[in-house]
Design a protein around this ligand. Structure first.
Ligand code: FES
Ligand SMILES: [Fe+2]
Length: 328
């Protein structure tokens, strides 16, 4: 392992306790509960801004199929069923800022029509958000955490059989990093933690034996987002935002934006070729999320098995025996 990039100050001697002891399930559960208690404002992330264009897309959010497209200077998100006879609007085309129904040509736009009304959307330049979650105190705009001024970015979106809570819990367990993703992380040490913020030093693998060491923090600005911010080493101010967007009961989309910055001279050039860098950023994030989706799905399966009583079978023979015991 060869360290490249800025040197960080030495840390005090490390705890000898193995990661599986440090990864205290009670701490992760408490941090997750506190994150899930935060406001969401009804907002969730749909996808990357650059992937929402004039071609209508169907995206399912919180149990509803939406048609999503870009119309001039705004993103339209509305029910995917045509108010005339129910055709799927994402199969239509956009003309003059309106989606034209593929069955009989009804044109529908941001002004709405009868019960067919658009949802509020927000394009922050990297991600597109929609206000589609019922049962929460609604806000005019989503909580967008501070980002670097100049950056290159990449966004991945993946579906998972779990709930937002499981995605959040995965991000609040940094201790799995070097064990579960050895291809990406060489060393990882949690340097400070409370249920609202976890601080760590991590050496991530750049190429071959070369690693870059940074200090970073994890926190949850809303009940559906976790933000990792680099606070020391190369790329200070860079963030990785992980958003969990409910699709349906027990299904959730992970949308993760890597927003990287640097004060190094070469970064100006990197920004000029940002579209070329994007696939590399996204491939790296996707590799991690294939594994983390499996983690989140496993967590969800265990939670729901316990809830449905499937795990109770282990205890049942003992109870049956007790019931059969002779009365006194
Ligand atoms: S179903 Fe859309 S115009 Fe008829
Ligand atoms: Fe992970």
């Amino acid at each position: 392992m060869i360290r490249i990039g800025r040197r960080l100050p030495e840390l005090p001697p490390q705890s000898e306790r193995p990661d599986w002891v440090e990864a205290d399930p009670r701490f992760i559960a408490e941090a997750t509960t506190r994150a899930m208690a935060r406001e969401g404002g009804g907002w969730c992330v749909l996808d990357a801004s650059h992937r929402i264009g004039e071609k209508p897309r169907k995206l399912r959010v919180a149990g509803r199929d939406l048609v999503v497209f870009r119309a001039k200077d705004q993103v339209v998100a509305a029910p995917n069923a045509c108010p005339h006879m129910g055709a799927e609007l994402h199969e239509g085309r956009v003309e003059d800022g309106r989606v034209v129904c593929p069955w009989h040509g009804l044109a529908l736009g941001a002004e709405g029509r009868g019960t067919w009304q658009c949802l509020k959307t927000h394009d922050d330049g990297v991600l597109v958000w929609v206000r589609a979650i019922a049962g929460e105190a609604l806000t005019d705009a989503p909580v967008v955490s501070p980002r670097p001024e100049r950056f290159v970015s990449g966004v991945v979106r993946m579906d998972a059989r779990c709930e937002a809570e499981d995605i959040v819990a995965n991000r609040l367990d940094p201790w799995h990093g070097t064990h579960y993703h050895p291809h990406s992380f060489a060393t990882l040490r949690v340097t400070d933690k409370d249920p609202d913020r976890i601080t760590l030093r991590v050496a991530y693998r750049a190429i071959g034996p070369l690693v870059v060491e940074v200090d970073c923090t994890f926190h949850a600005p809303t009940r559906r987002s976790i933000v990792m911010t680099i606070t020391g080493g190369d790329g200070i101010g860079s963030v990785v935002e992980t958003h969990a967007s409910p699709i349906d009961d027990g299904r959730c989309a992970v949308v993760e934006a890597t927003i990287a910055s640097s004060d190094r001279k070469g970064f100006r050039f990197a920004r000029q070729v940002a579209p070329l860098l994007r696939p590399f950023i996204e491939r790296r994030a996707a590799r991690l999320w294939v594994e983390d989706v499996a983690y989140a799905e496993r967590r969800y399966a265990l939670r729901t098995e316990v809830r449905s009583g499937a795990l109770r079978v282990v205890r049942e023979p003992a109870r049956a025996g007790a019931a059969a015991a002779p009365r006194r």
